[in-house]
Every structure is written in C-alpha cells, then in structure tokens.
Design a protein. Structure first.
Length: 266
C-alpha cells in the first residue's frame, strides 16, 4: 500500500547530500510526490528532478517571491509562462501561489493580481493549481469561483470548516500536513473527518513542517504517519485512505490511480 505526498520541496539544498538515497527509500512506500516550485530562480532545480513517473513538479510564484512592483511581477509571470510552455517532463500544476498573512497592503494587492494571473496560466496550460493560503482563503475561493476553476489544491490547509465546505463545493482538494498530528488541532481534524473522498490529500512540505520539535528536516516519509492519522480521524482503513488520496491526486494533477501519469497531454 503506497501513499502520495501531494506537496514537498525535495529540490531544497537540505536534501543535496542524500537525495538519491532518500528517493530510493521512498519509492517502495510512496506512489509519488509533487515538488512545488516557488521562485523562478529555482525552476530549473525542480524540473531537473521530475521524472514523470514518481517525481512530479509544479511551477509557480509564492506570495513571498513576487518582486516588489507590478513590473517585477510581470517579468516573473512571463518567466513562469515560458517555463510552463516548455512542457517539462512531469509538470502537473502551477504553484505554489496565493496569500500569506505577513504581506503589507501593497504586497497583498500584488499577491491578488499574481494569483489571478496564475489561475489563468493553469487554465491556459491545462494544469492543476497549488494554493498556499495563510489567510486569504475567502479571497482565493472567490477567485476560483469567478474563474470557474476547480482543479485546485490548498496545501497545508488551515482555514475553518465553513471555508472548507465552500472549497469542497467548488471541487477543490484540501491537503493536510503534520499539523493534524498536534493534540490541539481538533478543528483541523474536523475538516479532515468530513472531507469528501478524492478531495483530501496528505503532504510533508519537506524539509519544512517538522512534525516533532526534536526531529531534523522532515521528509516525505512522514506521509505514512499522516495516513495513519487520517484513517483514525475518518474511522477508515489505510487502504481506503491510500485510494482516496490517489483519487485526489488524479483530480488535481491528472495522475492515474496507480500514480502513473495519464495519457500524455497534447
Ligand atoms: Zn506553502
Ligand atoms: Zn511548500
């Protein structure tokens, strides 16, 4: 039984020393993983790791990497468009993109424009969308709705149950990280409990989001622990969680249930 890591940063230098060994350890346990890009400066790094079989990639502009003016943002969006148009092997989504609470009002406006543009790029290139929403859930939901876009996954979901219900109604997938393991995260587990099958995913966000204070950088293997937690929370079995989360990967990333890509897109 294998699980899918819907969001990680395996291209991060933290993995430079033992990436190949780590991938060899992960292959028997995971059905695949998606590396999320966040800055054009690192797109090559992401693309070089994607094999289109086990390692998939997303390219996008994180709200902290938009540049500091509309002109800078436009240049980055153009770079993103070019990277997407080159159709790198294993490319499955645009992202991560969205909102972050630390932004100033001007940066917030830029983030809004950047998200609208990236929804447009996902549509134009027929790709999924990976959302980073630390706050901004309502605004992002509105943008998805007005653009009639449903192939979206909110990574490390942290909104309310009511906001989740609206996203589920749009067809979006919510992805859960190590936060669900925390004793105080009952509100988040309540969302995971009611998520429709095929609309929840599990993710490491490795090397970030370390599940325990004493642990070193996290790695995608943590998804197995998250799957156990999801089975407990949903009163379900591990096999069901494996199947239902692969269904989510199919919905957003266009991947077959066994983790293999569907017929190549044209
Ligand atoms: Zn993120
Ligand atoms: Zn991330």
């Amino acid at each position: 039984m294998r699980f899918f890591d819907a969001h990680c940063h395996l291209d991060h230098p933290a993995f430079d020393a033992d990436r190949a060994a780590l991938l060899a350890r992960l292959r028997p346990r995971l059905s695949g993983l998606v590396i999320a890009g966040y800055d054009p400066a690192h797109f090559d790094r992401v693309v070089s790791l994607c094999d289109g079989q086990f390692v998939f990639g997303a390219l996008g502009l994180h709200p902290h990497h938009l540049g500091d003016s509309r002109a800078a943002l436009d240049a980055r969006l153009a770079a993103l468009d070019r990277a997407l148009a080159s159709r790198p092997r294993g490319l499955v989504a645009v992202g991560e993109c969205g909102f972050d609470r630390n932004a100033s009002p001007a940066a917030r406006q830029l983030a809004s424009a950047a998200l609208a543009a990236q929804i447009g790029l996902a549509k134009a290139h027929r790709l999924g969308l990976v959302l980073h929403l630390v706050g901004g859930v309502d605004e992002a939901t509105k943008l998805l709705k007005t653009n009639d876009f449903s192939r979206a996954m909110v990574h490390r979901y942290s909104g309310s149950l009511a906001q989740a219900e609206r996203l589920f109604a749009l067809g979006a997938v919510l992805s859960f990280g190590a936060e669900v393991l925390r004793p105080e995260a009952e509100r988040l587990r309540a969302v995971l409990r009611v998520a429709p099958r095929g609309q929840y995913a599990l993710e490491s966000d490795a090397p970030f989001n370390v599940p325990r204070r004493e642990a070193g950088p996290s790695d995608p293997g943590v998804v197995l622990e998250l799957a156990q937690a999801a089975a407990t929370v949903r009163g379900s079995t591990l096999a069901t969680v494996a199947r239902e989360t692969r269904e989510s990967a199919r919905r957003v990333f266009g991947l077959c249930e066994d983790g293999d890509p569907e017929a190549p897109r044209v």
